[in-house]
Design a protein. Structure first.
Length: 71
């Protein structure tokens, strides 16, 4: 009987997780950034250290990026 109750609760829990977009994005990002293999799979960059170096190099410039919007 307890298994049925757990299965009935599972969709509610998953729906709550999916509706919390900031948390979901954070968890997915952390999953991608866990090791060299996952970084290479998702980004094509061979190592996590290389990825971090690229991010650190472009972050100061990206902070000053100006977007052009079509009105």
């Amino acid at each position: 009987m307890c298994c049925i109750e757990e299965l009935e609760e599972q969709p509610k829990s998953l729906t709550a997780t999916l509706s919390d977009k900031p948390r979901l994005k954070r968890e997915l990002f952390l999953d991608v950034m866990k090791n060299d293999d996952s970084v290479h799979f998702y980004t094509g960059i061979p190592m996590l250290g290389c990825h971090n170096t690229v991010v650190n190099l472009i972050t100061p410039e990206a902070d000053e990026l100006k977007y052009w919007y079509k009105n």
